[in-house]
Unconditional design. Sequence first.
Length: 332
Amino acid sequence: MTVIHGGDVWQGGALADYLDFSANLNPEGPPPWVREALQRGLEAARYYPDLKGTAARRGMAEHLGLPEECVLVTAGGIEAAALAAKLPGKHVVAQPTFQEYGHLCGMHDDVEREKLHFRTFSAGENLWICNPNNPTGDALKRDFVLELLERAEKAGARLIVDEAFIEYCPENSVVDCVKDHPALIVLGSLTKILAIPGIRLGYMAANPDVTRRLSADLLPWRLNSLADAVAASLPGHQEDFEHIRHLNDARREKFAEALRGLGIRVYPSDANFLLCDFGRDMRPDIEALKRERVLLRPCGMFPGLTHGHVRLCVRTEAENGRLIGILSRAGE
């Protein structure tokens, strides 16, 4: 199965020429402290990285507020998901969601996200949810996720929660519960909010028994010196994360209002992107805009969505306004 992703700016021309609404990244770029960490990582690149990832694990654990033994630092959120896919038992994916879960799990079952309230777990089952969800943008409340966890535990099942965009609604995170709940596995990624997708920095948070078992499958030197330096530098920068979140909240609401003004249906979102229903097949428009180096994320391949559904990243006010102008002319 071929999985489509956003952020394909490798189609010729200068990278800076692309107006990329297809990748859900902080439009401000990496914060100054991240740039400083990357410079330190470059200076360390002449050496093999620490096989144990000691500083990276310590930094990530402190950032998450967890004991080090509950955390594995991974080469992006995708490596954390690949590790979780190796857990024994049947995998069940709440749809529509990030396509890689099903791809990594191979044989799996789907359940509609709307039916999670009535979900009956089976022993040995692994239920995957993304929170906030990609591509819809909505978040399940923390209390409901913990209710799902309780049901999973009673049935002898597991709950795998991908919190790749949780920094935009941290009140819904359940990462603090992993130490005392072996049935809970939380995945995450720092590449979105820190705007470093080329660095690949993610994590898995779980009970120490789980992290010890899965760490045996990790390849040596997977974490390069750049990712290692950023992870080690994470503690002490919570204010930066909060600033980015508040900035995104204001931009998202203004962007959504402008899109609705064009007659586009915009789904509620707790993340840094908006799922939109244009009410018509958007594939020709997306291809035409791509030739002009304007990238949108088609969503017709997600279960339950149509070719009229498009996901748009929230960028700067100027960039959002530019896209609104482009879309208004396209609809004439």
